[in-house]
Design a protein around this ligand. Structure first.
Ligand code: ADP
Ligand code: 5GP
Length: 196
């Protein structure tokens, strides 16, 4: 961006999307992006978890070894980072790309957990926050099983984590029940129309 543009351009906004693993965050965001109505860019998190079949390094996540991840953490390169599933893998949002995208006027989407959201709000209190809820815990289990991404152990960890995440949904400005992808995406779009 030129110096002149940077003086006049509108600064972007953060959109934080949380919700238990397998609730449909990625699926809903895909539908929201497909509307092509908002200047959305999905932030690519870093993680120490292994890639799933079909996931691409640099697109779905920056897949890092634990050593690499902790080195970046020590250098202060993360806006936020946490061990999302107790004793499991690290996940984090890199600070520099988010700052660049905001300076470019983008609406930067962070798909992060409740602890990460709280941390980001300390730096960006005007971030828009949305929590995606499953119609029921049984539906969440079925979706996680249907995705075929988890081992029996990681499935259990994710379900155990789900209830404690859901307990904090009231901290978010918008709550959306994902009973229909289209309906949920439209609810999110309406929220953006009013707030950005
Ligand atoms: P998350 O990003 O929250 O971990 P995903 O977007 O990967 O979740 O969705 C988990 C699984 O649930 C996927 O297989 C997806 O196709 C399915 N899914 C998402 N939303 C719905 C819905 N409204 N109805 C039925 N299945 C859904
Ligand atoms: P998955 O392993 O299914 O891709 O992600 C599991 C969970 O990790 C997601 O539901 C999301 O809440 C959380 N997550 C993903 N990226 C980040 C991140 O950068 N920071 C934090 N704090 N959580 C993340």
């Amino acid at each position: 961006m030129s110096a002149e543009n940077s003086k006049t351009a509108k600064r972007g906004r953060l959109l934080i999307v949380s919700g238990p693993s397998g609730v449909g965050k990625g699926t809903i965001l895909k539908a929201l992006f497909a509307l092509e109505e908002f200047p959305l860019t999905l932030s690519v998190s870093a993680t120490t978890r292994a890639p799933r079949a079909g996931e691409l390094d640099g697109a779905d996540y920056h897949f890092l070894s634990k050593d690499e991840f902790l080195r970046l953490k020590d250098k202060g390169e993360f806006l936020e980072c946490f061990e999302v599933f107790a004793g499991g893998d690290w996940y984090g949002t890199l600070r520099a790309p988010v700052e660049e995208l905001l300076a470019d006027g983008r609406v930067v989407v962070l798909e992060i957990d409740v602890k990460g959201a709280r941390e980001v709000l300390k730096t960006y209190p005007d971030a828009l926050t949305v929590f995606i809820l499953p119609p029921s815990i049984e539906t969440l289990r079925q979706r996680l099983e249907g995705r075929r991404s988890e081992t029996p152990e990681s499935l259990q960890r994710r379900l155990a984590q789900a209830e404690s995440e859901i307990a904090h949904c009231k901290e978010y400005r918008l709550r959306v029940v994902n009973d229909s992808v289209l309906r949920a995406a439209n609810q999110l779009a309406e929220f953006l129309r009013v707030n950005i």
